[in-house]
Write a protein that binds this ligand. Sequence first.
Ligand code: IMP
Length: 202
Amino acid sequence: MNTMILATKNAGKLREVREIFPELTILSMTEIGLDPEIIEDGTTFAENALIKARAVHAALGENPEGYAVIADDSGIEIDYMDKAPGVYSSRYLGEDTPYTYKNQVILDNLKDAGPGQRTCRYVAAIAVVLADGQELVTEEACEGEIAYSPAGEGGFGYDPIFYVPMYGKNMAELTPDEKNRISHRGKALRRMRACLQAGKSW
Ligand code: IMP
């Protein structure tokens, strides 16, 4: 079993999961013709990741290929905004609102926040549902700060305003390898790889 279905329509996530799991064939649910209604009404990243993975696992039905399903639920917690938008990160200010606008609103919200008040983190929960229904979840965070201005063209979403102290750059200025090495998603996916290998389920 070296094919997993990724329960997402987010092209940025799909690209990063493929980069971090080069040993697997990762197909998006769209690529295999699935588009189940997924109601993300969990209150934690882990709950929402499981909701997505279970929904796509159910939509696979008989699943003769024995596909496992993998889902990522992630977001940004900004301490100055009481940890918002958190699990609502993709819906913040509207699902289809451009990130140039969302990022500018966050910069404006933090205009009076000085050094030490700009801390934030990305969080990612990864859920896997194996063909036999067995479920695994991992979660990791990546600490950073809200920058004073956007920079960089890489990554996606909030990356232009997410300052990474270790690199002295914003996330969108990092190469894919640099981002994946330290990102919430990179760490949670590598932990998932270790869980899957330990369980010898595949
Ligand atoms: P989800 O699809 O409900 O898990 O929403 C995830 C949202 O969190 C994304 O649409 C982005 O807004 C944000 N997000 C998660 N991970 C990242 C990242 O690595 N870079 C930038 N934004 C991210």
